[in-house]
Design a protein around this ligand. Sequence first.
Ligand SMILES: C[S@@+](CC[C@H](N)C(=O)[O-])C[C@H]1O[C@@H](n2cnc3c(N)ncnc32)[C@H](O)[C@@H]1O
Length: 407
Amino acid sequence: MEERCPNGFSLVIEGLAKFCAPDETLYRGPNGAYEPSLAPVFYNPEMIENRDITIVLLKYFLTSWGGEFNFLDPMAATGVRGIRFALEVADQSNKKVNIYMGDISLVAVELMKHNLKISGVSSLNNIFAQVSLMDANEHMYHLKRLRIALNYIDIDPFGTPVPYIQAALQSINNGGIVGITATDVAVLEGKYPSTLSRRYGIRGVKSLISKEVAVRALLSFTLRSAAMYDRYVEPVLSYHMKHYVRIFIRILDGALKSNTYLDKCIGSMWHCPKCSFSFFEDLSNTREKRKCPLCSGDMINISPLWICDLVNVAHIKEVLIVAEKMPWLTKSSMNLITMLSKSNALAPTIRTTYVARKFKVNAPPRDSVVKCIRSHGYDAAMSIYYYDGINTNAPADVITLCVSKGY
Ligand SMILES: C[S@@+](CC[C@H](N)C(=O)[O-])C[C@H]1O[C@@H](n2cnc3c(N)ncnc32)[C@H](O)[C@@H]1O
C-alpha cells in the first residue's frame, strides 16, 4: 500500500486509522502551537474524544440495526471519522456498510479520496465508500432524494450547527442517530443573550451552570426543530467538553409523541446567580420575579430549555462495556464515558462552592455532600459539568444542611 502523503501533509495515527493530515509543524499560530484553522484541510487532534465516542457509540448501535447501514459525514475534512468507523466498527461486523463523506473544499475531497486508499478502507469487501464535493445541506437532501435510509449523520461544522440541523432532522431515517457538535459555546452558555435568542430562540444570560445550560439549549433547539416535521428526539448522550458541546440524539417519527416531548421536556430553568441553586418548571410563568428557596437571592429565568435527561444511562453503561474492549481509545475518552455512565440529572447542577460561600462556610468534599444527601433519603450524584457540582432531588434545606456540615 502506498503510504506517501501530499506536500504539506504527514501520516497520522488515530484509533486504528492511519491517514494523511496537515503537517503540524507548518501551521502554527502566534503562540507557536499548531493551529488547525490555518491548515488547508481541517484536522484537530484535540477533538479525539469527540471521534472516539462517535465510534464506540456506533459500534454499540450497529448490531441493533437490521440490513445495510448508511453513514454520512457531510463535513468530513480529512475523512478521519468515516475511516475510523470503517476500520473500527464496520470492518468487524458482517454488515454491508455504505459510508458517504463530503466536504465543500476540493482540497479536502482530494485528501479524503487519498486517505481512503492509504488507510485500506477502499479494499474492504463489505464497505462501499463515496466521497462528494458538496455543500452539507445539499448532500443530506441529495441522499434523501435517492431514498437512502441514513442511519447516522455527523454534523461537525465550524461554529454553530444551526444551518445544518433542519436538513439532518429531515434526512435521517426513522430511529437513526444524529451526532451534533457546536463550537459556538459562548452563545449557548448565554454570554451573548441576543445571539442566543436570535439563533436558538432561547431567552437567557450566563449562569453559574452555563456548561449544562449550553447542552440543554442545543437539545431544546433540536427537539423544537424536529417537532416541525412531526418528529421527536431522544438524547443518547450529551456533554460539554473543552471548547464544544456534543449531542447524540435518536430521531423518531410521531406527531403525538412529539407533542408529549414538547410538553414534558421543554420547560424553563430558574437559577440563582448567587448560590447556584436552580430548578425546572413549565413555561407558564417565565416572566415572574422569584426568590431563591435556598438563599433568598433574586432568581433569573432561562427558557425554553430541554429539562429531561441528558444521557440514556442504561445505554451508556452498555457502551462502556463495548469501550472496554477497545484498548486504543484514549484515557480521557474512557474517563468521560465512565462519568457519563454514572451521571444522574435529577435536577440542574448545584455547585457546592457557591452554596458554601453564600453561607460563609468551607465547602466539604463533594462526595461527602453526596453521602450526606443520600443519608437523608434523597438521590445525589456527581455532576459531569463542574468539579464542585452535584445533581440531587433533595430540597433546599437538606442541601444547605449537607453543604454546611458534610457527612
Ligand atoms: C470542523 S471541520 C470537520 C472536522 C471533521 N469532522 C473531523 O472530525 O476531523 C469542518 C469541515 O466542514 C467543511 N465545511 C464548511 N462548510 C461546509 C458546507 N457548507 N458544506 C460542507 N462542508 C463544509 C470545512 O471545509 C471543514 O472541512
